[in-house]
Design a protein around this ligand. Structure first.
Ligand SMILES: *[C@@H]1O[C@H](CO)[C@@H](O)[C@H](O)[C@H]1NC(C)=O
Ligand SMILES: *[C@@H]1O[C@H](CO)[C@@H](O)[C@H](O)[C@H]1NC(C)=O
Ligand SMILES: *[C@@H]1O[C@H](CO)[C@@H](O)[C@H](O)[C@H]1NC(C)=O
Ligand SMILES: *[C@@H]1O[C@H](CO)[C@@H](O)[C@H](O)[C@H]1NC(C)=O
Ligand SMILES: *[C@@H]1O[C@H](CO)[C@@H](O)[C@H](O)[C@H]1NC(C)=O
Length: 498
């Protein structure tokens, strides 16, 4: 929407134009909207809040003395949401704003190459050592303890989704390992979804596991020969369905406009971050989540948490300039954009002038009027009418000389994945002629001819509208409505996988 100097220029112009619709200068004559919505500056991340929250979460763990070996890896959890420490599943957080649920799997930090190298060695056999207390702990097993069985441990890691690192150590005086569990081995192999260092050896044992017998002293657990082994090469994680990789990995997080908030994850899980973005809900000014930035926070040299920042505007590497602050260093930062199945949903492809012009069709979109109708569906180049940029579409006679409903449709059918769920998202504004004249305003969203959603009534600014649809492979989207002077402007439409 316009700057104030622009409004003044337009106001002057208004006086010179003959009113043709109930005293209102119609859009076709470059009339001014009854009420011009305020510009909203898209927000950028609150990096202080992110760093402060990173100091509050505790994601360090490892196998507890009483854990069963070979437990399934627990699904990725959200440990903080928008600055509040929590403990919630991805499904719960994403479903808070989403009607659709999906099977949630643990994502992976990188694809495995099955070649491991030692990151740190254990202390000599006789000495007490410590196992890791670290982020992205997945599960553990015990391996045959006839020898210090590194190969069995790394081979097992290959079978655990998301495992990129193992911590191998003996644990003594654990009654469950010694007598209860069927494996009869005290050589623990703990799987992690991130790579850790000897500085994180923080579990020295010292717990009572054996039962108290009479007045004898219970022997406490202790750990020996704790070594760490990591995959040599990590490839990019698989790109989540409905997204494309924009950049990364780099050492910079985005500091970009259109920020919607952040979640901390207990693992570097791009699929989980994509699900949070899909389920994020909408920003009233910016719409749905269109982009996410996932990165690892290393605090004082220790991998601490995995940040998932969400945006309604697509960012790129040029704004990935937050390298950290204080003790926090940004690592493994990647940006992913949500794929938009709609071409030119912002009508920015219409560029026939540099100031004000409109048309009934251009390369990307077609507008049609019913027979006898005139300019009932048009496309404008005029920043004043646009939600963002300079392009928008108008339903209702541009010159106000009939009250027929027009129809706009993309020039080419929308390419979709057959059977996949999508959302059509748009901003619509039915306020040009003021609340009273716009009261009958109405737009239907059609998908292959069937009504899937729409709006009715006046509003004083661009308002978010969405409709759920299912792809058939090649789909016809259209918007039908407008009855001048109950005009409706449409802008910033997207079709995202749900
Ligand atoms: C989070 O909640 C789950 C399920 O309620 C629980 O098993 C787990 O221990 C909790 N984790 C933390 C860190 O509180
Ligand atoms: C292997 O583990 C079992 C069960 O903890 C223990 O009884 C045994 O002494 C261990 N053997 C070796 C060689 O450490
Ligand atoms: C432990 O109990 C035994 C008999 O049950 C007793 O002879 C011994 O003095 C006790 N030792 C201690 C340190 O209390
Ligand atoms: C859900 O949507 C509302 C409104 O759009 C937003 O305030 C809230 O933060 C969203 N919640 C989550 C978990 O994304
Ligand atoms: C269609 O839209 C795209 C994206 O805005 C634009 O680059 C292109 O020039 C448009 N094509 C036509 C023919 O208008």
């Amino acid at each position: 929407m316009p700057s104030s100097t622009r409004i003044l220029a337009l106001a002057a112009l208004l006086v010179s134009v003959t009113a043709s619709t109930g005293g209102i200068t119609p859009p076709g004559h470059q009339g001014l909207p009854n009420q011009i919505p305020e510009d909203v500056t898209p927000p950028t991340p609150d990096n202080d809040l992110i760093a402060q929250t990173a100091g509050q979460v505790d994601q360090k763990s490892g196998p507890s003395i009483d854990a069963q070996p070979n437990a399934p890896v627990t699904p990725t959890t959200v440990t903080a949401l928008d600055g509040t420490v929590t403990n919630a599943t991805i499904a719960d957080v994403a479903a808070a704003n989403s009607t659709r649920r999906r099977d949630i799997n643990v994502g992976r930090f990188g694809k495995r190459q099955s070649k491991y190298e030692q990151v740190f060695a254990g202390l000599p056999a006789g000495q007490h050592d410590a196992s890791l207390q670290s982020s992205a702990y997945l599960t553990y097993t015990v391996v045959n303890n006839a020898t210090y069985n590194v190969d069995a441990c790394t081979a097992w890691c290959d079978t655990v989704k998301g495992c990129v690192f193992v911590n191998l150590y003996y644990e003594f005086n654990n009654e469950l390992l010694d007598f209860v569990f069927s494996e009869k081995s005290n050589l623990k192999c703990a799987a992690y979804g991130d790579i850790h260092s000897a500085a994180e050896k923080l579990n020295f044992g010292g717990q009572a596991s054996y039962p108290q017998v009479g007045n004898e002293t219970v022997p406490l657990t202790y750990i020996t020969q704790s070594s760490g082994w990591a995959l040599k090469d990590l490839e990019d994680p698989d790109t989540p369905d409905g997204y494309e990789l924009v950049f990364g990995p780099t050492g910079g997080a985005n500091n970009a406009p259109g920020y919607m908030g952040f979640a901390f994850l207990d693992k570097y899980d791009v699929d989980a971050c994509a699900l949070l973005c899909n389920g994020r809900g909408v920003d009233p000014n910016g719409g749905g989540c269109a982009y996410f930035n996932i990165w690892r926070a290393v605090v004082s040299g220790i991998p601490t948490t995995y940040t998932c920042s969400m945006y309604y505007l697509v960012a790129d590497v040029s704004t990935a300039v937050n390298f950290g602050q204080g003790d926090l260093v940004v690592t493994l930062s990647r940006g992913y954009a949500r794929k938009d199945a709609l071409v030119d949903g912002g009508f920015e492809g219409y560029n026939a002038c540099g100031d004000f012009c409109f048309t009934t069709s251009y390369g990307n979109w077609t507008g049609t009027s019913p027979s006898g109708g005139d300019d009932d569906a048009t496309f404008f180049f005029f920043p004043t009418y646009a939600h963002t940029g300079h392009g928008s579409a108008l339903l209702g006679a541009a010159f106000g000389d009939d009250s027929d409903a027009g129809k706009i449709t993309p020039a080419q059918p929308v390419k979709t994945d057959k059977g996949a769920a999508y959302v059509v998202q748009c901003f619509m504004y039915s306020g040009f002629a003021g609340a009273q004249l716009e009261a009958p305003a109405k737009v239907d969203i059609l998908w292959n001819g069937a009504r899937v959603g729409g709006v009715s009534g006046a509003n004083s600014q661009y308002t978010f509208v969405e409709a759920a649809v299912t792809g058939t492979g090649s789909d016809v989207l259209s918007f039908v409505g407008g009855a001048a002077p109950a005009w409706t402007f449409i802008d910033d439409c997207h079709i995202y996988k749900a």
